[in-house]
Design a binder for this molecule. Sequence first.
Ligand code: GDP
Length: 297
Amino acid sequence: MAFESLTQRLQAAMGKLRKKGKITESDVTEMMREIRLALLEADVNLQVVKQFTKEVRTRALGAEVLDSLSPAQQIVKIVDEELTKTLGTEAVGIEKSPKIPTVIMMAGLQGAGKTTFAGKLANQLIKNEKARPLMIAGDVYRPAAIDQLKVLGQQLDVPVFDMGTDVSPVEIVRQGMEQARANKNDYVLIDTAGRLHIDEALMDELKQIKELAQPNEILLVVDAMTGQDAVNVAQSFNEQLGITGVVITKLDGDTRGGAALSIRAVTGAPIKFVGSGEKLTDLEVFHPDRMSSRILG
Ligand code: GDP
């Protein structure tokens, strides 16, 4: 599971203060040095580490902390609050359209987990709201992606609109949207193509789909295992396409977790969901405060 090593190191860094009655500035400096190393080791973005440690240090050195009866406890609380802030403060759900359908477009590199996420999201919408989504198979470059989406559709009893691999994704989305309107589906989930790397052709295609479908959400799906690359990908998609949220997948894997900790602060885009496994039910709405508690152990 992600963050195991980070949790241990943060606990060790803060635990040392517990044994002391009175905490001095040099104790805080020493703790901050260890926290900084732990975050860097977990692959958190350098700018994020700097900002975070600066905020924690300033607050930890405040008189009300050092003079308090339980300074170590106060510092743990400060670290928790600042970590929550770094992760985004509040859970941000799906932005719904006032008029059906709410259109959600997935974007991301190949293998990030877009198709899987589309299925997981459909499942959650059905469970939570008895939604009637339509999924559009727009990934025509990876033929297996269409079959994969159809299999998910069968499992969930959700219609999947596809036109095979010979029609342009933009046309597929156009006709898929027509079908959704005709059938009064309340959600449209558009699975788009990914590439191994970001290229202009991919971005152009996504921009055309965005223009046509006017999505309420453009969710960028990134793989936590790719570390800082995931952060760079998020930044790049946000600049070029404009994203409304991020989905971090594979947090169940053996990842150091730094990407999950950096994305919000680097890109400004909120993390909306995390994927924690391959099954349809392995999806969690992202809550910054719960994630912070989990990291701090
Ligand atoms: P796409 O190319 O972006 O559509 O990616 P896929 O949805 O096909 O996912 C790529 C691989 O990652 C598949 O083997 C999925 O089962 C796997 N996967 C997706 N999300 C998760 C996750 O949250 N955890 C784990 N462990 N595997 C995942």
